[in-house]
Design a protein around this ligand. Structure first.
Ligand code: ZN
Length: 491
């Protein structure tokens, strides 16, 4: 049977998406964070990958609606349909209301994503705000005969669905093997088959986050939220669905099945998955002691880190690997990224100071064509970055007067450098490689003034020393000289 679902796991296979578009509407949905802990590099990689896609599609002229959800409810372990809700667990541990936990970590997620210079998505829906839509989705699947109620919970009937739809189309998993799997899951006895997954779970008495439904007081299965919110905001046909590679199975496979079981015409042609992060060649994980949060990276506050790394260094490092390859973090690699990024920022400053020559003695056309080809080749950011380094060499040669660049070529270089380095890769040259916080900057400026005053005192330059002291007093500081040095406080 010819099924309407068409799946392309990489964008490279359908290059027509990367042609200039004049206001063509396009929709992309990306699975966002579960907000029960601080974001780490995995969050950064996924967010940055799709931020670059979002930026590039807009650069090409698409009118993009980018939906990235926040999972603030009912998120269970990947392949278990039962277990502890992570947000509720954290709420119990920290003695907070579950929504307080979700809000706290959503705020922190936004702060760190802002540091990484991510554009906010067009719509950022919360799972907890779409319970009605998830119940409606479950009801439609039940009405179409692809689900069953068991003890107040609702399960998707994978075997039934697979009779008319290809379950496994995205992940390539073999349904027969899955059906014969005998893995024991908690609550499995409610299900007809281990491979069936929950659309709705009846809540145990101790479960805090719960809502009424036709079947029980409970909560939606994790896979429901993305299907329900994706079709609500983008319709049953939209272009791109993304997320981390670990979401291919079961999450995205289940999303496809749910949407198709509810409305048979459902179709998302392009599925795009970013690969994982490793740290010093090892998988990242709490048990391995190498799950470094973004805040720890920015502050250098982890035993594995030799120094703090600025958000732009992290962003640049992530983009130096192709999104489908693993990216391995190490201090050496990050320090190399820091240097590379500084070289490109310096080249941009030099480019803006170059005076044009009568005529060019170098050809820059391969640079501009190379940048476009790299991005059109499934967002090949490492190749794009290598073209930017080539441009930096051209710029430095022009600066050393080893080559000449005409006004037209200089302006083309500036246009292209700005478009690809700043607008598309999203590098932000306002932050230097060791961007201090406002408090750090304030402390450094004050230390500088107090040191100058100390030097003036040692040189018996009382006029300068008093001048600094009086100016600080006027600004609201009380300065006290003690035998150990100078103390200050804000009054
Ligand atoms: Zn999702």
């Amino acid at each position: 049977m010819q099924h309407p679902l068409k799946i392309y796991n990489t964008l490279a296979r359908r290059k027509e998406l990367f042609v200039p578009a004049n206001g063509v509407n396009t929709g992309m949905y990306v699975c966002g964070p579960t907000v029960y802990g601080d974001p780490h590099l995995g969050h950064a990689r996924s967010a940055i990958t799709f931020d670059v896609l979002f930026r590039y599609l807009m650069f090409l002229g698409y009118n993009v609606r980018y939906v990235r959800n926040i999972t603030d409810v009912g998120h269970l372990e990947h392949d278990a349909d039962d277990g502890d809700d992570k947000i509720s667990k954290k709420a119990r541990l920290e003695q907070l209301e579950p929504m307080e936990v979700a809000q706290l970590y959503a705020n922190r997620y936004h702060r760190f994503m802002n540091d990484l210079n991510l554009l906010p998505p067009s719509i950022e829906p919360l799972a907890s705000g779409h319970i009605i839509e998830q119940i409606a989705l479950t009801q439609e699947i039940l009405d179409n005969g692809y689900a069953y109620v068991s003890n107040g919970s609702v399960y998707f009937d994978v075997e039934k669905y697979n009779e008319s739809h290809p379950y496994g189309i995205l992940s390539g998993r073999n349904i027969d093997e899955m059906l014969s799997a005998t893995r024991q899951l908690d609550g499995q006895d409610e299900k007809r088959r281990p491979v069936d997954f929950a659309l709705w779970k009846k809540a145990k008495p101790e479960h805090i986050m719960r809502w009424p439904s036709p079947w029980s007081d409970g909560f939606p299965g994790w896979h429901c939220e993305c299907t329900a919110m994706g079709r609500k905001y983008l319709g049953s046909r939209f272009d791109i669905h993304g997320g981390g590679m670990d979401l291919i199975f079961p999450h995205h496979e289940c999303e496809i099945a749910q949407a198709a079981a509810a409305k048979d015409s459902y179709s998302v042609p392009y599925w795009m998955h970013n690969n994982m992060i490793t740290i010093n060649g090892q998988k990242m994980g709490k048990s391995l002691g190498n799950a470094i949060t973004l805040e720890q990276f920015f502050k250098g506050d982890h035993p594995l880190l030799e120094q703090p790394y600025a958000p732009m260094t992290i962003r640049f490092f992530i983009l130096q690997a192709h999104y489908r390859s693993t990216a391995d973090f190490s201090n050496d690699a990050l320090q190399a990224s820091e240097k590379g990024l500084a070289r490109l920022n310096d080249a941009w400053a030099t480019l803006n100071s170059l005076a044009p020559a009568e005529a060019s003695s170098a050809d820059i056309s391969h640079f501009t064509a190379g940048c476009a080809n790299a991005m059109n080749d499934d967002l090949n950011t490492p190749v794009l970055i290598s073209h930017l380094f080539d441009a930096a060499r051209i710029i430095n040669s022009a600066n050393d007067q080893r080559i000449a660049l005409s006004a037209a070529d200089l302006s083309e270089l500036r246009r292209c450098f700005k478009a690809y380095f700043f607008d598309i890769l999203g590098m932000n040259n306002n932050s230097n490689s060791q961007a201090p916080s406002r408090e750090e900057a304030f402390g450094k400026a004050l230390d500088l003034l107090l040191n100058l005053r100390q030097q003036a005192k040692e040189a018996k330059d009382w006029a300068t020393s008093d001048k600094i002291r009086n100016a600080l007093a006027q600004a609201g500081f009380e300065i006290k000289d003690t035998k150990d040095g100078t103390e200050w406080k804000l009054i």
